[in-house]
Design a protein around this ligand. Structure first.
Ligand SMILES: Cc1cc2nc3c(=O)[nH]c(=O)nc-3n(C[C@H](O)[C@H](O)[C@H](O)COP(=O)(O)O)c2cc1C
Length: 191
């Protein structure tokens, strides 16, 4: 079976940002799963315009092509003021059909909440995009203070197990929906 093409969306564009530490661990876990081919989408380098143009500009078209090639999405996002960061919403709003009938999984991190509220909001937004959030998500409270010097989360074994369970769910949905899209194109506005 062809590997599932996974687009990893980074939620933070700050400099410096803890997102890089979390994403590096997540990428190791994705490699350990073995069933995915990765494309990392970083809001710092996407070059999206500050406001949505009436016609898509070249960076938006490039992003759309990369999203269209993806079979599944994995978001790594911090919580900012009980929500998720604005650059991530800009990325989500820059495409339409490219999200549809594809599964999405979420890794949240932050202060006391571990990103819970950000991830719950993202679940609503991905439903609005006609994407399919998987059941599990991974939350990492107090992340910046609790990852160790080698970039491992606290209780790395339990976090690794939770991550692999979520990646397995995401993979199942990605295979099922890839087949379904090939068999019968998804029509968001079908009566
Ligand atoms: C503007 C701002 C708002 C924040 N609001 C929250 C919050 O509501 N809940 C929370 O748990 N952490 C909150 N935090 C903490 C961040 O989630 C935490 O510092 C995280 O590691 C930031 O990720 P980044 O460095 O990759 O951007 C906030 C941080 C910032 C900068």
């Amino acid at each position: 079976m062809a590997p599932i093409r996974l687009a990893l969306l980074l939620g933070s564009n700050r400099t410096p940002r803890f997102c890089d530490t979390v994403a590096a661990w997540v990428l190791d876990e994705v490699a350990r799963h073995g069933g995915y081919q990765m494309d990392v989408l970083d809001p710092r380098t996407l070059g999206l315009p500050a406001s949505l143009p009436p016609e898509p500009d070249p960076p938006t078209l490039r992003l759309r092509r990369r999203l269209a090639a993806a079979d599944a999405f994995l978001v790594v996002a911090p919580e900012y003021n009980h929500g998720y960061p604005a650059p991530l919403k800009q990325t989500l709003d820059a495409a339409h059909a490219e999200w549809q009938a594809k599964p999405a999984a979420f890794v949240g991190y932050g202060g006391h909440s571990g990103g819970l509220r950000a991830i719950e909001q993202l679940r609503q937004v991905f439903c609005a995009l006609h994407a399919v959030p998987v059941h599990d998500s991974l939350l990492l409270p107090g992340a910046a203070a609790r990852f160790d010097a080698s970039g491992r989360p606290p209780d790395a074994q339990a976090c690794g197990r939770a991550m692999q369970a979520m990646l397995a769910q995401l993979h199942w949905w990605a295979v099922a929906l890839r087949r379904a899209r090939a068999e019968r194109p998804y029509r968001a506005n079908a009566a």
